[in-house]
Design a protein around this ligand. Structure first.
Ligand code: MEV
Length: 316
C-alpha cells in the first residue's frame, strides 16, 4: 500500500465540561478535546464501483459498535455525499483506527466523520480548510442525530479547550487556555445511549413546559458565565464546584441516571473537586476534576470498582 499519511487524518475525542444539551439551544458550552484520536485510511477501488467497505478497527466499549452501526453508516454516507464522493462511481474501502476508545459521550462519532473528511481531503488533494473539514464533520454528525449543535465535530477538528456557541448562522468558537494542565479522570457506565433519543426527549420536555426549560436555561447561563471567569482565573477548585452544579442541572433535565450519579458521588468521595456526567447522558460517561496526581489515582481506583472503563488524562 502507498504511504498514505494516516497521521494527518487524526480527529480527537472530547469531553464536555459545561453545557451539554443546552448547547443545542444556543447556550455557550465549554469543551475539552482529549488527546486520543480516530484516524482513517481511504482506498479507492477502481474495479469495484458501488462498493463501500468499512473496516472498523477502533477500540470500543462492548456493544458500542453494534449499537451505533446503522447511525455510523448513515454518518459516513452523509459525509461522503457532502464531499461529493460517490461510491457508486468508484468503490471505496475505509479503515478506521486510532487510540480513541469509542464510548457514548466521548464524541467518537464526530471523530470518525472528521477523520473521514481529512482522509478524503488528502486522497483527493483538495486543500480543504479546517473550517471546511469541520463543516463536513457537522454534516456527518447529522447521521447520528438530527440536530447536532456542532460542538463535537468542532472539538474533533480543532482540539484544545474551546468555548463553543451555536448561532442561527455559523457557530462561534474560540480556544481557551487554562493556566495549568487540567487533570481529569473519566469513566464509562458501559451503557451506550442514543443521542437522537435523549436529545429528542429533552426537546419534547422543553416543548411540553417552556417555563420549566426557561428556568433551567437561566440557571445555566449564570453558571457558565461564572465558569468562563473561573477558567480565565485558573481556579480548579471553583471550576469543580461549578461542574457539580452543572451536574445538578442535568439531573433536573433527567439526562443523568443512577449509574452516572453513583460514579459522580464516588469520584467526589475519593477527592475529586468536582464531577459531572458528560455528553448525552442516560449512560455514557462522567468526568471528574482531580487537581493532583495522587487525587487522580485515588479517584481512578474508586471508579474502577464501579465502572467497566476508567481513563486518566489531562486537557493541555
Ligand atoms: C453530545 O456530545 C452533546 C449534546 O449536547 C448534543 C449536541 O450538542 O449535539 C447532547
Amino acid at each position: 500500500m502507498s504511504a498514505f499519511p494516516i497521521d494527518k487524518t487524526r480527529a480527537f475525542g472530547k469531553l464536555i465540561l459545561f453545557g451539554e444539551h443546552l448547547v443545542v439551544y444556543k447556550a455557550p458550552a465549554l469543551v475539552g478535546a482529549v488527546s486520543a484520536y480516530t484516524d482513517c485510511q481511504i482506498e479507492y477501488l477502481d474495479d469495484a464501483p458501488g462498493k463501500l467497505e468499512v473496516i472498523d478497527n477502533r477500540p470500543a466499549v462492548p456493544l458500542y459498535k453494534e449499537t451505533k452501526k446503522e447511525e455510523g453508516d448513515e454518518a459516513i454516507n452523509l459525509t461522503l455525499k457532502h464531499l461529493g464522493v460517490d461510491p457508486a462511481v468508484r468503490g471505496i474501502r475505509l479503515t478506521f483506527g486510532g487510540d480513541l476508545c469509542c464510548a457514548s459521550g466521548i464524541g467518537a462519532s464526530a471523530a470518525q466523520v472528521v477523520s473521514l473528511a481529512r482522509a478524503v481531503n488528502i486522497a483527493d488533494s483538495r486543500n480543504l480548510t479546517e473550517d471546511e473539514i469541520n463543516a463536513a464533520g457537522y454534516e456527518g454528525e447529522k447521521g447520528y442525530h438530527g440536530t447536532p449543535s456542532g460542538i463535537d465535530n468542532t472539538a474533533a477538528t480543532f482540539g484544545g479547550l474551546l468555548r463553543f456557541q451555536r448561532t442561527d448562522g455559523a457557530p462561534i468558537f474560540e480556544k481557551k487556555s487554562f493556566p495549568s494542565a487540567i487533570r481529569i479522570v473519566y469513566a464509562s457506565t458501559g451503557i451506550t445511549a442514543s443521542t437522537t433519543k435523549v436529545v429528542g426527549d429533552v426537546r419534547a420536555m422543553k416543548e411540553a413546559d417552556e417555563a420549566w426549560f426557561a428556568e433551567i436555561m437561566t440557571e445555566y447561563m449564570s453558571l457558565v458565565k461564572e465558569a468562563e471567569k473561573v477558567v480565565e482565573e485558573g481556579d480548579l477548585i471553583k471550576l469543580g464546584k461549578l461542574m457539580d452544579q452543572n451536574h445538578s442541572i442535568l439531573q433536573k433535565m433527567t439526562v443523568s441516571c443512577k449509574e452516572l450519579d453513583d460514579l459522580v458521588d464516588a469520584a467526589r468521595a475519593a477527592g475529586a473537586v468536582g464531577a459531572k456526567m458528560s455528553g448525552t447522558g442516560r449512560g455514557g460517561l462522567m468526568i471528574a476534576l482531580t487537581p493532583t496526581e495522587e487525587i487522580q489515582d485515588a479517584v481512578a481506583s474508586a471508579l474502577e470498582k464501579l465502572a467497566p472503563q476508567v481513563w486518566k488524562t489531562t486537557f493541555a
